[in-house]
Design a protein around this ligand. Structure first.
Ligand code: C2E
Ligand code: CA
Ligand code: CA
Ligand code: CA
Length: 280
């Protein structure tokens, strides 16, 4: 029995080592990727729920890995966020977005771009200063740029005050604010009111089952109601069917995003489609 216990302990130690090394190696791989500028964004159109016209796009990070090809956020965003490396990635994406937005404007197009940030980044005044200095350098970033973040963590009152301050400083250089995955986080009504979001992005779980499930149906109704009360523009996320699109529009949720309209795509494809005449 003692031998078995010893073998099991050795095995456990080995396993822990493998997993620690694995995480450490993702971390250093991300660091290498940042140095080599391997991170860039796909663009997913956000549309007017009434007529399907493109009004903006969300930038979704992708990693063009030299060995593994295009990697989705699910594979690395957790490590990037827990190590703080996401901040460097976001600053890099913002610089790239400045050039891409210039190209969008050159098409005489006023669609907005929406960039994912983390609340922790905005709580940190040094990062807010860095974001502001990039925005100040590029006129293309001074209009029609939205920052969105999810509220997965709860905040202390000090953090909440810093967050409010960071959001305000960025408002002064033209940034609008969206709450991502609305309905799934911890945001109480008072937090919501004090952060004064311009846009609420309704999480796709509520949209997905809205037309098949009576309970979710009424949750979506209530979320839309709350959004109207808060005077926020709303975006329904994850709209996949014509039926869902119809229902979202019936609730007067102004904007929609989802596979039914368009999937995330490389910037060149997005720009190409933007410069085509809109389909009737
Ligand atoms: P998110 O911000 O909620 O982004 C929407 C996700 O839903 C995207 O996945 C998008 O491809 C997917 N999606 C869009 N329409 C549909 C649909 O109709 N049906 C379904 N099933 N999915 C849809 P993606 O690109 O894999 O990104 C996953 C998550 O990674 C994002 O969720 C966001 O939380 C995070 N993320 C992406 N880019 C960044 C970034 O630059 N910074 C940070 N901090 N997080 C990011
Ligand atoms: Ca998002
Ligand atoms: Ca979302
Ligand atoms: Ca309708």
């Amino acid at each position: 029995a003692a031998a078995i216990i010893i073998m099991l302990s050795i095995f456990t130690v080995l396993l822990i080592n493998v997993s620690v090394n694995f995480r450490r190696s993702i971390k250093s791989d991300i660091q290498r990727g940042i140095r080599n500028k391997e991170f860039y964004a796909y663009y997913q159109p956000i549309v007017n729920s009434k007529n399907g016209h493109w009004i903006g796009a969300e930038l979704l990070v992708r990693w063009l890995h030299p060995k593994h090809g295009v990697i989705s956020p699910a594979e690395f965003i957790h490590t990037a966020e827990s190590t703080g490396l996401i901040n460097a990635i976001t600053l890099h994406l913002l610089e790239r977005a400045a050039y891409e937005k210039t190209q969008i404007q050159a098409e005489n197009n006023n669609t907005y771009i929406s960039i994912n940030v983390t609340a922790s980044m905005i709580i940190n005044p040094r990062y807010v200063t860095e974001l502001i200095s990039i925005i100040s350098k590029y006129p293309s970033l001074q209009h029609n740029v939205v920052f969105e973040f999810t509220e997965r963590e709860t905040f202390s009152s000090t953090e909440l005050a810093e967050l409010q301050l960071g959001m305000q400083r960025l408002r002064e250089v033209g940034i609008k604010w969206a709450l991502d995955d609305f309905g799934t986080g911890y945001a109480g009504l008072s937090t919501l009111q004090s952060l004064r979001f311009d846009i609420l992005k309704i999480d796709r779980t509520f949209v997905a089952s809205s037309v098949t499930d009576a309970v979710t149906h009424s949750i979506l109704d209530n979320i839309a109601e709350m959004g109207h009360t808060l005077h926020c523009t709303m975006v329904a996320e994850g709209v996949e069917t014509a039926e869902q699109a119809e229902y979202v529009d019936d609730l007067e949720i102004e904007a929609s995003q989802g596979y039914f309209y368009a999937k995330p795509m490389p910037f060149d494809d997005y720009l190409n489609a933007l410069s085509q005449p809109a389909p009737a």
